[in-house]
Design a protein around this ligand. Sequence first.
Ligand SMILES: C[S@@+](CC[C@H](N)C(=O)[O-])C[C@H]1O[C@@H](n2cnc3c(N)ncnc32)[C@H](O)[C@@H]1O
Length: 270
Amino acid sequence: MHRWRPELGLIQETLLITLYARALDARRPSPILGDTLSADLAGNIDYDFGKLKVKPNLVVTTALRARKLDDAVRAYVAAHPGCVVLDLGCGLDTRMSRCDPPPSVDWYDIDFPEVVHLRSACLPGRSHLVGADLTDSDWLTAIPGDRPAMIVAEGLFPFMSGDSFQTMTRALADRFPSGELALNGYTRFAAWAMKYHPTIKALGIEAAQGFDDPREPESWGAGLELVEEQLLTRAPEVAGFPQPLRALTRLTARSTALSRQGARVLRYRF
Ligand SMILES: C[S@@+](CC[C@H](N)C(=O)[O-])C[C@H]1O[C@@H](n2cnc3c(N)ncnc32)[C@H](O)[C@@H]1O
């Protein structure tokens, strides 16, 4: 069987962390996301996933945030069947297969050109692939701007430098008549602490960006309005976390401040 050997830069390589976390979730007896396509894909990639030191906490939180972001995409698509979906920093995520939108939806997977190249080889699908650096907004002209847009950005925010995420958000909000942005949030502390996380340390990346107040993006000048902040420590799926993680997560769930340091999903309308 052919196996793909990824040749990626450090930031691009982070896509293997989330892919592997989803794959490990799919192999659990009671998975949270159950993304067997990710498990098959990870099995076809020639890479030492062991060096990423992906721990159970990362497996379940990655699976859970993906599930919540999928729910947001499905709900938007159900309400706007003629929309476009943009998965920013898509990596090798199989979100489109999981969400299975109707043919009326145009789905765009966007990431660096080398990622999109790898993706087109090992994960054929019906999405439009756009190879671009998201810090530059030229790529947006390739996307029809006359339809509502569901924009999802999973695991992207801390890896975009300076205020490039904010600038990109303004360009996106300008481009579409209306839409929703769904992302997983990182507090400033979580983003700072990330560089000490064994997985990120293993790759030698300095991820740095975060924000604490879920309303902060409302001041980015993109016309964003907070719809929802979901603190995932309080999600019912925590019942399926392995022990002692489940007990620890339930304890954390009692505090909003502590829960914000963990996985959270934020949704904004514009
Ligand atoms: C942690 S991975 C997450 C991948 C995917 N969203 C997932 O959940 O599996 C971060 C992704 O963001 C992409 N990325 C980071 N900065 C980017 C930029 N400036 N332009 C395009 N893609 C970027 C990386 O290449 C990588 O695929």
